[in-house]
Design a binder for this molecule. Structure first.
Ligand code: AMP
Length: 416
């Protein structure tokens, strides 16, 4: 693998996988261009070196079929504007050889949505996992995926993967394509490198104390990470909806609060595991309970394990907030994934806001703080604090898998 910064792209055709899966409104206008802006440093460096760009991305889930609503032609102008140069468009990513061949240094070609071809994801279409013949169909599709990746690879002299959002998938454009480039001609882009470094700060170069904050609605979707973090953290704050699964598991009364009844034993196991590993497990002791799941509901502060019938915990209470702060402010490494309450309702943002403020305070004192996963990113954006933490990750699933300790295929494919 080459290092992107040191690579000279002069007269090279760079095949770059980006994540331009931007949200569009019903008229095809981009409603949030964060992902386009995220890829600019990589794309601009290649052009500045005197290289040309073949940009590839997916958009949405067209399931292997052409779907105009997910056509990347809709973002061509926005990409051109962002790059400050014309962008040519290849209406079928699998037949763009001529267009790629004609590219001159400084020119840009955007390929149509990779996922219009089932080979991109490499999943057999029209056959269920349980159908007889599925294994054969899968094998055949894997062969087709290789052929498709080979076509994509033929367009470029060098391959750059800058799509962290899909790095946890072994797709044609994110991983398989790398097999067709020499070691020195494949690399991670600048955004990918930043993401990978941020994860390494959390998993490898840990400055202590290390506090992880896991929130959100359910314990079941976070269990892999919680278990992996037990070996690494000093403090583990579990907040948000999962609070009540823990409270109930310990014999508490939780009213109408969100709960996973089939995860009560799991909650007890986590408490035991924390004890065994010497991790300071912080569970909110009190909550703001509401008499309806609504921003305008009546509220009262009560113990998280003694919520009156008909009421539900929707935010962390004042004592919990103090406990969270005590575990966050002195920390030197911080990971935050998942809100401490129903932050979408203005009246239930206090717990999440307090966590964000404490993270900012710790960061000002020299901590490395990583915020990742859709909803905590939405929180820091809502509070206007995204620039006050060390790193806000763009990857949802990819970030979580990386923190779980899994190897990301998109990274492994270009590494030596
Ligand atoms: P997740 O997708 O698991 O990260 O969960 C994020 C969601 O959890 C957000 O939409 C929050 O509104 C929700 N959430 C957080 N705390 C609670 C709670 N106490 N009750 C219900 N939902 C919650």
């Amino acid at each position: 693998m080459s290092k992107f910064e040191n690579y000279d792209f002069k007269n090279k055709k760079a095949l770059v996988r980006v994540d331009f899966n931007v949200p569009l409104d019903e008229n095809g206008n981009i409603t949030d261009d964060t992902r386009i802006r995220g890829a600019l440093p990589t794309l601009k460096k290649i052009l500045a070196d005197g290289g040309s760009l073949i940009i590839m991305s997916h958009m949405g889930k067209p399931k292997g079929k052409v779907n105009e609503k997910m056509s990347l032609s809709q973002i061509r102008e926005a990409v051109a504007k962002a790059l400050g140069t014309d962008v040519k468009f290849a209406p079928d990513c699998a037949t763009a050889a001529e267009a790629a061949k004609d590219l001159k240094p400084g020119e840009v070609l955007l390929l149509e949505n990779l996922r219009f071809h089932p080979e991109e994801e490499g999943k057999p279409v029209g056959i269920d996992k349980n159908d007889p013949g599925y294994d054969d169909a899968k094998k055949e599709m894997k062969e087709r995926q290789k052929d498709f990746a080979k076509i994509l690879a033929s367009y470029g002299d060098v391959y750059v993967n800058d799509a962290f959002g899909t790095a946890h998938r072994r797709h044609a454009s994110t991983a398989v394509v790398a097999d067709y480039f020499d070691k020195q001609d494949k690399m991670l882009g600048l955004l990918m490198e930043k993401e990978v470094n941020a994860v390494n700060n959390i998993l490898k170069d840990i400055k202590r104390p290390f506090t992880a904050i896991m929130g959100g609605s359910k314990v079941s979707t976070k269990i892999g990470i919680i278990e992996n973090l037990m070996d690494k953290v000093d403090n583990l704050i579990l907040c948000g909806g999962m609070t009540y699964t823990f409270a109930k598991a310990r014999g508490g009364k939780i009213g109408n609060s969100i709960v996973e009844d089939d995860k009560l034993q799991l909650a007890l196991d986590i408490i035991e595991l924390a004890k065994k590993k010497g991790v300071n497990l912080v569970l909110g002791s009190d909550c703001v309970a509401a008499d309806a799941f609504s921003n305008d509901a009546n509220t009262q502060v009560c113990p998280a394990d003694n919520i009156p019938d008909g009421w539900e915990g929707l935010d962390a209470g004042p004592d919990s907030i103090i406990a969270f702060r005590n575990a966050i402010v002195p920390a030197k490494t911080i990971l935050w994934n998942g809100p401490a309450g129903v932050f979408e309702f203005e009246n239930f943002t206090r717990g999440s806001r307090a966590i964000a403020d404490a993270i900012v305070e710790a960061t000002d004192n020299g901590a490395f703080s990583l915020v990742g996963g859709g909803d905590s990113v939405a929180c820091v954006n809502k509070f206007g604090l995204a620039d006050s933490v060390s790193y806000v990750s763009t990857g949802g699933g990819a970030l979580l898998e990386a923190i779980e300790g899994k190897i990301l295929p998109g990274v492994a494919a270009v590494e030596d």
